[in-house]
Design a protein around this ligand. Structure first.
Ligand code: GTP
Ligand code: ZN
Length: 336
């Protein structure tokens, strides 16, 4: 299982060096062998809802977890009252290692990187084909965040009644990404929804998308009726230039084992934390060409060995172009 370090939210609890030679405190504490496992569905200021078997349990983090935060999608172990009854509160005593992490970087008033969603299999990048116009740089940023965190990017192109998907699909053809093209009218048609379910069923998919792209409309067509949200929020509610609170929400897909994790806004997907060596892993055809690169090569510099390697015909030059375009998005401002 891959682990992603660096982030205070993710680090395992460290046991302090024990100068006095007595047993470390963590060993004296009960080991919670009776703990039950669950998945975090929502987080709201320290209060979490966790799915345990088929019950929704309210919980908070046990103090022994220290700074480590549980986020939506985390697999956790809990003790205490797991009945799910009103006014009960369980304690989260363990957070399992994550298989993937969707991170956002810091905005101005928040200097830390945060994990937004843990353990998602894929990142659905929801983009309207028109109204609002597709923004490829924003799509690129999301793709990089996905590659960096170990999620498979998935293009979800909405409002196909308004414009054709050909141009966007052409732009991303060298990345070999899965995609679906949808429109609201077609959701009433069983075949259209079946196609969307095909790419989502049995998986945990985090959804990101700029406001107004039709994310809520789409998510509502996929989740059970009682979980639906109202659509058509006016952007002015949050006010331009302000960041909405980052708190994701896991919703079950109707009729299958999968989950949709809805995330508010992508404005805050800063990419300063991204490591080029993780992004290139998404280009396995180019990886052998990096053997001649200088140490810690950004793969976007004069000494990079990839230019010569591609020129020798080992890989498609378009693939190198795509890699460089993605790597360059790290340096740009989000609203660029
Ligand atoms: N023409 C067309 N309009 C759509 C489609 N899907 C959604 N819309 C409209 O686009 C607007 C935004 O839809 P939402 O689903 O609220 O979009 P959102 O991405 O959740 O936006 P926020 O709620 O602002 O985050 C609404 O007025 C919808 O009715 C579609 O397939 N075609
Ligand atoms: Zn290089």
């Amino acid at each position: 299982m891959r682990r992603y370090g660096k982030n205070p939210d993710e680090d395992d609890i460290r046991v302090r060096p024990n100068r006095k030679g007595n047993r470390p405190r963590t060993h004296i504490r009960p080991k919670h062998e009776d703990a039950s496992d669950g998945m975090v569905l929502t987080v709201d200021r320290g209060r979490l809802t966790v799915l345990v078997d088929d019950r929704i349990v309210m919980a908070m983090k046990a103090r022994e977890l220290g700074r480590k935060a549980a986020v939506v999608g985390d697999r956790v172990s809990l003790v205490g009252d797991l009945s799910g009854k009103k006014d009960t509160l369980a304690r989260i005593v363990r957070i399992s290692p994550r298989t993937s992490v969707l991170r956002r970087t810091a905005d101005d008033d928040d200097p830390y990187e945060r994990v937004v969603v843990a353990n998602a299999d894929q990142l659905a990048i929801v983009t309207a084909l028109a109204d609002p116009e597709p923004r490829t740089r924003l799509i690129d940023r999301c793709i990089v965040a996905a590659y960096d965190g170990g999620l498979t990017p998935l293009l979800v192109l909405t409002k196909s009644d308004l414009a054709s998907a050909d141009k966007i699909l052409e732009t991303y053809s060298t990345l070999d990404m899965p995609y679906v093209v949808t429109s609201r009218e077609e959701f009433t048609d069983g075949a259209e929804l079946a196609r969307v379910h095909e790419v989502l069923d049995g998986k945990i998919t985090a959804f990101v998308g700029h406001s107004g792209v039709g994310k809520t409309t789409l998510v509502n067509a996929l989740v059970p009726e009682e979980q639906r949200r109202s659509t058509g929020h006016v952007n002015a509610v949050t006010g331009r230039g302000r960041h909405t609170t980052v708190s994701a929400l896991a919703l079950p897909l109707a009729g299958c084992g999968g989950w949709v994790v809805d995330t508010p806004g992508v404005r805050s997907f800063g990419l300063h934390h991204v490591d080029p060596s993780r992004v290139i892993l998404a280009f396995p055809d180019l990886v052998p060409g990096t053997e001649g690169c200088p140490r810690a090569c950004s793969h976007d510099e004069a000494d990079c060995a990839l230019d010569a390697w591609v020129a020798e015909g080992h890989a498609d030059p378009q693939r190198l172009y795509s890699l460089r375009r993605l790597l360059a998005t790290r340096e740009r401002r989000e609203d660029d």
